[in-house]
Design a protein around this ligand. Structure first.
Ligand SMILES: O=C(O)CCC(=O)C(=O)O
Ligand SMILES: [Fe+2]
Length: 460
């Protein structure tokens, strides 16, 4: 374990220590093992950036920086041995997948938001096992990831510390909470808009979210009455800094309505069981298992956004910041597709959206394929087509925090050795502005005019 203070101060240690940190707050670094794998074995199929925006950046000289969200697709990141082992671990060896996932390990209690429909997700005991007893295959994946990003320490996202620690009144209505969240989102968008758009633009964007049948956040299973009791969340909370809209929620549906933004962690359970039936502590997982089947429906969500978390041990330690801020943990997800084969016409692609620009990306499930994404990017599963029959499309997602080793270091999914990432949507527009500034600067230098200043300096 590594404490927040240690990692961010550059004092890397694997000993558990809470010294100088909020009570009980410690990172669980990825466990690794010996491996012969080298990073050049992975094929970089996609290295892209979207969601360009100017954001406050206390660590940057000009107090603002140009932020992007990244999506990286790596093929041959893991081998057949790891894929088979992981799929067996999550199902059963020789399981007949045409019958759906095994009920002993999966339950149909997971949703993108508390309003969204339920789909298959791993049961709590499986999520715990993934976090607490990593299998050989997981150790190999962890090792490969750590080798790919040797300059950062990589930890499981401490989901349990990202839940609100404040007690609040019950919300007057879900709609009120949602509206407040969207005001928060709108404020965030306004403060970060590159085009200096009138305030109606981001607010419209926010309203679309309010009225959409699906809200934000794919949520995990089996959080409990304890979650609702410990972290009730309300309209008053939503109005406070740090309780923004981009948090995935945890909890069975009744609690989720109360907890609202309690915890990220991808998918949430929405069981019919009453809250009183549960007395164990809420379990917020750093893993998510997905098994979408034909007929399911999914919603765009972000996995987590450090600029919009409710007050928690996490925000006590790190405050509110935009993902990718120098010196702060980068929240990123690693997704592995686990099916042996997945023909194109079976669908079930992962979709990524640059909301501002209204364009996106499609990533097809493929054997040995891994996707790395910043957690603040809008994305969703798409359901398998009828052609897939009852067969689920399996994915396993690691929720991670990439920890910089110095206050100025910025962790980034796009590795320098892969070249400048392809810019899409709002990032492509920014690229155009940068090019025109570069041309203007060249003309000004020729004509000896003043040069425009540098927040648009190229970064990945
Ligand atoms: O499996 C996928 O395509 C995406 C899953 C996802 O978004 C999640 O687990 O948070
Ligand atoms: Fe997700």
């Amino acid at each position: 374990m590594l404490t927040a203070g240690q990692s961010i101060g550059g004092m890397v240690s694997t000993a558990a220590s809470d010294e100088g940190c909020p009570e009980g707050f410690a990172f669980q670094l990825l466990s690794t093992h010996d491996s012969t794998w080298t990073p050049d074995e992975a094929k970089v199929t996609l290295n892209t950036r979207l969601d360009a925006r100017l954001v406050p950046s206390p660590a940057s000289p000009s107090d603002v920086r140009l932020a992007y969200s990244h999506v990286v697709v790596l093929d041959s990141f893991f081998g057949e041995a790891e894929r088979e082992a992981l799929l067996s671990q999550l199902t059963e060896r020789d399981w007949d997948h045409a019958q759906g996932p095994p009920a002993a390990k999966w339950e149909r209690e997971t949703a993108d938001t508390h309003l969204a429909s339920r789909t298959w997700g791993l049961r709590d005991h499986m999520l715990r096992q993934l976090a607490e007893e990593p299998s050989q295959a997981m150790l190999e994946v962890n090792t490969r990831l750590s080798r790919l990003y040797p300059e950062c320490d990589i930890a499981l996202m401490p989901a349990e510390h990202m839940q609100s620690t404040r007690l609040h009144r019950q919300p007057s209505s879900k709609a009120a909470m949602q509206a407040t969240q969207n005001v928060k989102r709108a404020e965030h968008l306004q403060s970060t808009s590159l085009d200096n758009q009138p305030s109606s633009k981001p607010l419209e964007t926010a309203d679309e979210h309010t009225s959409a049948p699906c809200g934000e956040g794919r949520q995990m299973a089996s959080n409990t009455a304890a979650a609702a009791a410990a972290w009730p969340q309300a309209d008053s909370a939503a109005a406070e800094p740090g309780s923004g809209a981009h948090v995935r929620q945890a909890g069975r549906v009744q609690e989720a309505q109360q907890v609202q933004q309690a915890c990220d962690v991808s998918r949430s359970a929405v069981s019919d069981e009453g809250a009183a039936a549960h007395d164990k502590a809420a379990y917020c997982a750093a893993f998510v298992g997905n098994a979408p089947v034909h007929g399911d429906s999914f919603c765009y969500h972000v996995d987590a956004d450090p600029a919009g978390l409710p007050p928690s041990r996490w925000t006590d330690a790190f405050g509110d910041y935009v993902n990718g801020e120098p010196g702060q943990p980068l929240l990123a997800s690693l997704l592995l597709y686990l099916d042996d084969q997945w023909p194109r016409d079976w669908g079930a692609e992962t979709l990524f959206l640059d909301d501002e620009a209204g364009v996106g990306l499609v990533v097809r499930p493929k054997r040995g394929r891994a996707v790395l994404m910043d957690q603040d990017i809008l994305h969703r599963v798409s359901a398998p087509s009828a052609a897939a029959g009852g067969r689920p499309r399996y994915s396993l997602v690691w929720k991670l925090a990439f920890l910089p080793r110095s206050p100025t270091q910025r962790c980034c999914l796009a590795r320098p050795e892969w070249g400048v990432p392809t810019s899409m949507g709002s990032a492509a527009r920014v690229e155009q502005v940068k090019q025109s500034l570069t041309r203007k600067r060249a003309r000004q230098e020729e004509g000896n005019e003043a040069t425009p200043e540098g927040v648009l300096a190229p970064t990945s």
